[in-house]
Each structure stands twice: as structure tokens, then as C-alpha cells.
Design a protein. Structure first.
Length: 244
């Protein structure tokens, strides 16, 4: 059985993923933004899940969380599920936090990043981005393109020892997606579960939707853009992505 960290797991797809993996007998680390939100996963903690609390918009809190996690039992996989839809914290939460967890957590051999079909409307540019979140300089679509490109960059650097994939979970009925979202909720979390724990699914560098690989936007496929993205994130965070 694997030990999996799931960011943004107090509700929606993150919580459903945590519940499903616990049902399968895996060890799960749930994540909450603050102590108040931790109450929402009390039932999962009662079932044996561990918990980490960190505001992913706060870079210092993310760094503290990575140190806490590295001091604990080894983590086999990370599902980078946390995300926000709008506001100046788009880049810190949707891109910088996954980057830091990837660069600093020492034991995971699988990373799964939540992207979106909306990444196809994103801009493959790094110009003028405020990575600290002081102002809103990127759209949700931009951030989902960036995180999918980063996933592909991790594959280039770390495969086959570490597997990395990005997932479009579909437009499902969550707080972010809205009650009227038309896609199947269960299909919205099953792919990332398989990518995190299925021993027969030894694949990296894919962009997935409902169990099948798809071709992502051209910016995700551009190796020069991916390399520039990794260099930019290393500079703005002061944390380099290791050569493994």
C-alpha cells in the first residue's frame, strides 16, 4: 500500500480522492488551508489519515509544510489537487506551491498535477507574471497551462525514476465547478488515483482525461518553454528543481 499526499482535500475532488484511497487501504495525508478548514476532514483523520495544514498562498507556509512532511514517514505519491479559480493567489497556489512540493519533498516517486481543459485557452508566456501574488497577472487558464507544462518538465528531468502526469478532471459538480457541472464526478477523481498508486500504470509525461491520454496545448509540448518555466520558478522561489 502507498502513502499519498493530496493537497486541497477538504472538499470536492480532493476529498473524494482521499476517501477512495483510504477505502483501498492506502495511507493518506490530507491537507487543509487552516485549522478551521481542518474540521472538514476530521472524519478522514478519524479513519487514520494524517493531516498537514498550510495556506498554499503563503510561500513560507509551504516551505514549513515540506519540512514537516520530510520529517515524517516516506511519501510515495503526491496528488497536487489544490487550486483556486480567481484572484491574485492564482499563481502562488496553482503553480508555485506544486513546484515547491515537487522540488523539496524527497521521497515521492509519483506526482499527479490537476490541470484543466481550460489550459487550452492559456498563454504560454512568462512575461510580467507576479509569482508572489501581489497582483493578478495570470488567468486560471494560464495557470493550468503552466502546471501541465511543469508536469512535462518533471518527466524530462526525472523519468523513469519519478513519474509525473497531469490530469483534466473534467467539469464536475464541486464548489469550483458549480452544482450544474455536467461531467461524471467519479470519473473526475479516478484517473489521478490510478496514476498515483496503480503499479501497472508505469507512465510519465501524459496529459489525461477520464482514463485516457490526450494531446495537450502546444505550449505544454514546447521543450524550450518548459525549460524557461523551470528556470523562472527556480529564480523566483530560490529553490532549484534537483537533477535526479
Amino acid at each position: 500500500m502507498a502513502r499519498i499526499l493530496i493537497t486541497g482535500s477538504t472538499d470536492g475532488l480532493g476529498r473524494a480522492t482521499a476517501e477512495a484511497l483510504l477505502d483501498q487501504g492506502h495511507a493518506v495525508i490530507v491537507h487543509a488551508r487552516n485549522p478551521g478548514r481542518a474540521d472538514a476532514v476530521a472524519a478522514l483523520v478519524g479513519r487514520g489519515a494524517d493531516i498537514v495544514i498550510a495556506d498554499l498562498a503563503d510561500r513560507a507556509a509551504v516551505l514549513d509544510a515540506t519540512r514537516e512532511l520530510n520529517d515524517g514517514a516516506a511519501i510515495d505519491a503526491v496528488i497536487h489537487n489544490a487550486g483556486v479559480l480567481s484572484g491574485p493567489s492564482l499563481l502562488p497556489v496553482n503553480v508555485v506551491a506544486p513546484y515547491l512540493f515537487t522540488a523539496l519533498l524527497t521521497s515521492p516517486t509519483r506526482h499527479v498535477y490537476l490541470s484543466s481543459s481550460m489550459h487550452r485557452d492559456g498563454r504560454a508566456t512568462l512575461d510580467g507574471l507576479d509569482w508572489d501574488g501581489g497582483s493578478m497577472t495570470a488567468s486560471y487558464s494560464d495557470t493550468k497551462l503552466l502546471v501541465a507544462a511543469f508536469s512535462a518538465a518533471v518527466t524530462e528531468r526525472w523519468a523513469p525514476r519519478v513519474l509525473a502526469n497531469s490530469v483534466d478532471p473534467g467539469w464536475v459538480a464541486t464548489k469550483m465547478g458549480g452544482a450544474g457541472a455536467p461531467d461524471d464526478f467519479d470519473l473526475g477523481h479516478e484517473t489521478q488515483e490510478r496514476l498515483a498508486v496503480d503499479p501497472d500504470l508505469q507512465v510519465s509525461g501524459g496529459y489525461w482525461h477520464h482514463g485516457a491520454q490526450q494531446q495537450p496545448a502546444s505550449g505544454v509540448r514546447d521543450p524550450d518553454f518548459r525549460a524557461r518555466l523551470v528556470r523562472e520558478l527556480a529564480v523566483v522561489t530560490g529553490v532549484a528543481l534537483p537533477e535526479r
